[in-house]
Design a protein around this ligand. Structure first.
Ligand SMILES: Cc1cc2nc3c(=O)[nH]c(=O)nc-3n(C[C@H](O)[C@H](O)[C@H](O)COP(=O)(O)O)c2cc1C
Length: 338
């Protein structure tokens, strides 16, 4: 079994998190993820507490497994957060800001805290704030992310995390990525881009098709995103995050002539289209792992495939772990896999 400490902590059976997707409705995907033993997630961006609560209840009616409710600091919505504390999901996941006061409120309500970090200072701040799990999110990731690659970030965060489990995110799309993350010392993985290409994810088929067809170089960091995206409303640690998305006419204009993008008009248009389930023609968030996505596959099947591939690679992983007494540091992975 591919079981790690993360599974025990979050009460899941496979060490996989299906990432939150901001304002896009992922209730069907979260249910499928939970049923397959992974941690499903629900984003909260741009939607009010009543609509969010209806989503959470829809998921809770269909599965008794835990799922995460996600919040971010771009922008932070205090009302939606208060509603989340009241609903009390097993964990809250948080991105773009490391608010120790909110961590304490979640803990007071018996809720675990999963904190995304993009560099080592952010990891240290998250540990000081009392995070229960760190998501080391590399720059390869779709959506908002920092600037350090997963291959550097994951072991660096593992090195400072002590007993706090680390989840690797960014650039992982198959069992090789899962196996590699475990070898780097992570206790699990969080996948976003790969799960966009599932029938359960409620985004336009055109977006899924683009994810399947795209090359890594098609998923670019979007400069001047502040012209069309909500502001950061919590203090940020380190270099400001920027979103990664597939190229569109809007992305090209933000690259070449940002002054021609009117924040009031285009920002409003992006929000309206996203809330209607679209926005893929403007800002189709996706990460470099599009290169590794070759099919649209049901989430449960995908999770089984990831686990089977990673299990098959375990022998090879163990072969690359330095033996006791070899030069340099002795790594403790993947020893705690059962
Ligand atoms: C469409 C999309 C929307 C996202 N929205 C959020 C979000 O609201 N909150 C969050 O914490 N992460 C968000 N992310 C980032 C994911 O949580 C995750 O870290 C990332 O997708 C992992 O990298 P990958 O895309 O290479 O798998 C989003 C990612 C995508 C692709």
């Amino acid at each position: 079994m591919l079981r790690t400490r993360l599974c025990d902590l979050l009460d899941i059976t496979v060490p996989i998190v299906v990432a939150p997707f901001g304002p896009w409705d992922e209730t069907r995907l979260a249910v499928a993820a939970c049923r397959a033993g992974a941690l499903g997630s629900l984003g909260t961006a741009l939607r009010g507490p009543a609509e969010l609560r209806a989503q959470w209840e829809r998921v809770r009616e269909q599965t008794d497994r835990p799922f995460a409710v996600n919040h971010t600091g771009r922008p932070f919505d205090p009302e939606a957060f208060a509603a989340t504390l009241d609903f009390a999901p097993a964990p809250i996941s948080f991105h773009m800001g490391i608010p120790a006061d909110l961590v304490a409120r979640a803990h007071d309500a018996g809720i675990r805290w999963i904190q995304s970090v993009g560099d080592v200072p952010a990891a240290e701040a998250a540990l000081a704030a009392g995070a229960d799990v760190l998501v080391a999110q590399g720059t390869e990731a779709g959506g908002n992310a920092g600037w350090v690659s997963s291959l550097v970030l994951v072991p660096a965060v593992v090195d400072v995390a002590g007993t706090v489990p680390v989840v690797a995110a960014g650039g992982i799309a198959d069992g090789r990525g899962l196996a590699a993350a475990l070898v780097l010392g992570a206790q699990g993985v969080s996948l976003g881009t790969r799960f966009l290409a599932t029938p359960e994810m409620a985004v336009d088929q055109e977006w899924k098709d683009r994810v399947v067809a795209a090359a890594a170089t098609d998923a670019v960091k979007v400069p001047h995103a502040e012209r069309v995206m909500p502001p950061f409303t919590l203090p940020q640690v380190g270099q400001p995050y920027a979103p990664r998305a597939l190229r569109t006419e809007l992305v090209s204009r933000l690259e070449r002539a940002p002054e021609t993008v009117d924040p009031a008009r285009v920002g409003h248009e992006v929000r309206a289209r996203v809330l209607a389930g679209g926005g893929h023609d403007l800002l189709p968030f996706a990460g470099q792992s599009v290169q590794l996505v070759h099919d649209v596959v049901p989430a449960g099947e995908l999770i089984s495939r990831l686990v089977a591939e990673a299990e098959a690679l375990r022998a090879a992983q163990q072969a690359v772990v330095p033996a006791a007494g070899s030069r340099g540091r002795r790594y403790s992975v993947p020893g705690d896999l059962e």
